[in-house]
Design a protein around this ligand. Structure first.
Ligand code: ZN
Length: 442
């Protein structure tokens, strides 16, 4: 196959033709579509989210029954919620799930009771340090109920009787995840994953899901070298479930990224895979080198689903890409992580980095110089004439670097790093040299 066609098409469609505002607005728009939905690790919120994504890409939705054993875990009962409020003695709803779905402790069991303020407070979560914000809290594996609210509101509540009502259900059902496999020329896959279990939180959840959807809707139309697997699954239990059901497919994963927190003004931050030297690790480090604010950090078994993908039994070559690291920004897991907190320009910047990384992975190979004894005569082949123009000096350098390092052991990323030339220039030089029979791209 002609790799040139593949990666050129991929490159142009993924990044080249898009102005930053357009793609950022598009991703923000998808995030806004799914932001209001009350998601959790199971239930109709996940299904509605996947239905919304189906408008952008041909997702396959899987339902895994409650009680299914997945490695050391069991798929939990399915949680759904219809209504929840706290009312004061006058019957006025002072906290209402309809106004903000963060108000309910995720996985709350149903309750309908009248309580004193003292008793009520045992079930209330607030952020005394950020008194105007509602926290996001979950209780997936311990049966309890609770509400989350602004600390300043709680502090003003008078003594009295309060009615609490949570109309939820925890029943045998299933865990839902969505998957789309785009088939490329190779069976080897790039796995791109975003968690899909947080309710109305824009950066930590919607941004990663929306960016992946925008990326997938382009890749759907493209011819690529690698196959691309897009996974939208609940955090932790969803990734564990997918891995347990997909062990046969895991060996085909050659590269991957876990994506979240892609729309804030911080970072960007790349966290290496557990391996530390995977092609994706080197590619991301190359792209972020010299970028203001960018950080490349080592793997830790903390964070998102890289914890599962990089567990020792899998040890997949997957890193994690964020702007601000999860937990490091004050809006994290609060009502301030809203649609104003994520900005189109930051989403577009995140998209460009990811698209550029995929472009490098698509193109990279270890070229071999077919005439390695001394330099071939480039002038006689018209190669100097072909590389005229304003970048001619850099283009000449790229030809000489490729010829020199193309011994079959160095990949084009090695050559780009060593020469300090843009990867695209090295790739173009290798293509030109191959067209003249001087280099073979493996
Ligand atoms: Zn989170």
């Amino acid at each position: 196959m002609n790799r040139q066609n593949h990666f050129q098409v991929a490159g142009a469609s993924l990044a080249g033709d898009l102005d930053s505002i357009a793609i950022g607005d598009e991703i923000h728009g998808i995030a806004a579509e799914i932001y209001p939905i009350c998601r959790s690790i199971t239930g109709n919120g996940v299904r509605r989210t996947l239905q919304a994504l189906k408008r952008h890409l041909p997702l396959v939705v899987h339902e895994i029954p409650s009680g299914t054993q997945v490695f050391d875990w069991v798929v939990p009962p399915e949680w759904n919620i219809r209504e929840a409020y706290i009312a004061n003695s006058a019957g006025e709803r002072i906290v209402d799930f309809r106004h903000n779905n963060l108000h309910v402790l995720s996985y709350s069991v149903p309750v309908h009771a009248r309580l004193s303020l003292e008793q009520l407070k045992k079930h209330i979560h607030t952020l005394p340090e950020q008194p105007a914000l509602i926290p996001y809290r979950t209780s997936y594996y311990a049966e309890q109920w609770g509400f989350c609210m602004a600390h300043e509101q709680l502090a003003k509540l008078p003594d009295g009787l309060y009615e609490v009502h949570i109309d939820s259900s925890l029943e045998e059902g299933s865990l839902t995840y969505g998957e789309y496999l785009h088939r490329g020329a190779l069976r080897e896959e790039v796995l791109l994953s975003a968690h899909i279990c947080h309710p109305s939180l824009a950066n930590d959840n919607c941004s990663g899901v929306a960016l992946l959807a925008a990326l997938a809707r382009r890749i759907v139309r493209m011819r690529t070298r690698y196959s691309y697997r897009f996974l939208f699954a609940p955090g932790t239990i969803g990734a564990i479930t997918w891995l347990a059901r997909s062990e046969h497919a895991v060996r085909r994963i050659h590269h991957g990224l876990v994506l979240s927190c892609l729309g804030d003004a911080g970072g960007p931050t790349y966290k290496r895979s557990r391996r530390g030297d995977a092609a994706i690790d080197r590619t991301m480090a190359y792209l972020l080198k010299g970028v203001g604010g960018a950080k490349v950090i080592d793997f830790t078994p903390l964070g998102y689903d890289e914890r599962q993908f990089c567990s020792p039994g899998f040890n997949l070559p997957m890193g994690s890409f964020q702007r601000s690291q999860h937990g490091s920004f004050p809006e994290y897991h609060t009502s301030a992580d809203d649609l104003d907190f994520i900005r189109p320009e930051h989403l577009a910047d995140s998209y460009r980095v990811i698209a550029a990384a995929l472009q490098i992975l698509e193109q990279d190979c270890k070229p071999r110089n077919l005439m390695p004894k001394c330099e071939p005569q480039l002038g006689r082949r018209g190669l100097y004439a072909m590389i005229g123009g304003k970048d001619s000096a850099a283009k000449t350098k790229a030809l000489l670097w490729v010829l020199n390092m193309a011994d079959g052991t160095h990949c084009m990323l090695d050559i780009a790093e060593r020469s300090d030339l843009p990867f695209a220039l090295i790739a173009e030089a290798a293509r030109l040299l191959e067209a003249h029979g001087l280099v073979k791209r493996c």
